[in-house]
Design a protein. Structure first.
Length: 176
């Protein structure tokens, strides 16, 4: 099961702070596009994400977009965010994560992949030796394959939520 568990989980990409990335021992961010920077298939960035990406770079973090999509989908986002990109990544295979870390000039263990899918973004990051942050999908997809994947993700997401609730409870009680 640990192959499918992220290093951290938040609702939206804009919930991620430079401090959070640094606390994870990282200095670089690998971003997905669909349901991370935009709703699935939309050409419009999610509110606040362009500014968020700029703030991450201003905080000294290296950022790159890595997507399974083709160049005609990814390039316009890279331009809007003024970010480099890798497309047709074939996630969950580790090769694009390795290329992204090399491109950003960081060891794999100092990179964090951010995305909404357990079986591509999280699993791929874990296989590649990259940390991961799982997001809630910004918009439900309607295709049969996506609905099936989301259904398969449900028990894992419940486990992640239980783990986070236990951590918060421990943090409030002051116990280790």
């Amino acid at each position: 099961m640990s192959l499918f568990l992220p290093t951290a989980a938040v609702d939206r990409v804009t919930d991620i702070t430079p401090e959070m990335i640094r606390e994870m021992g990282a200095s670089a961010i690998i971003l997905d596009v669909d349901n991370t920077l935009a709703t699935h298939g939309s050409p419009v960035p999610l509110v606040g994400t362009v500014e968020w990406a700029r703030a991450m770079r201003q905080a000294g973090l290296a950022v790159v977009i890595v997507s399974n999509n083709f160049k005609d989908r990814v390039a316009p986002f890279a331009e809007k965010y003024d970010l480099p990109f890798l497309c047709v990544a074939m996630k969950p295979l580790p090769f694009a994560y390795w290329r992204a870390a090399r491109f950003l000039g960081v060891p794999r263990g100092q990179a964090v992949a951010v995305g909404d899918q357990i079986f591509t973004d999280v699993m791929g990051a874990n296989v590649a030796g990259v940390k991961s942050i799982l997001l809630r999908p910004s918009d439900p997809e309607t295709s049969v394959s996506f609905r099936l994947r989301r259904r398969l993700e449900e028990p894992i997401r419940r486990k992640i939520e239980r783990r986070q609730a236990e951590r918060k409870k421990t943090d409030r009680s002051g116990k280790a």
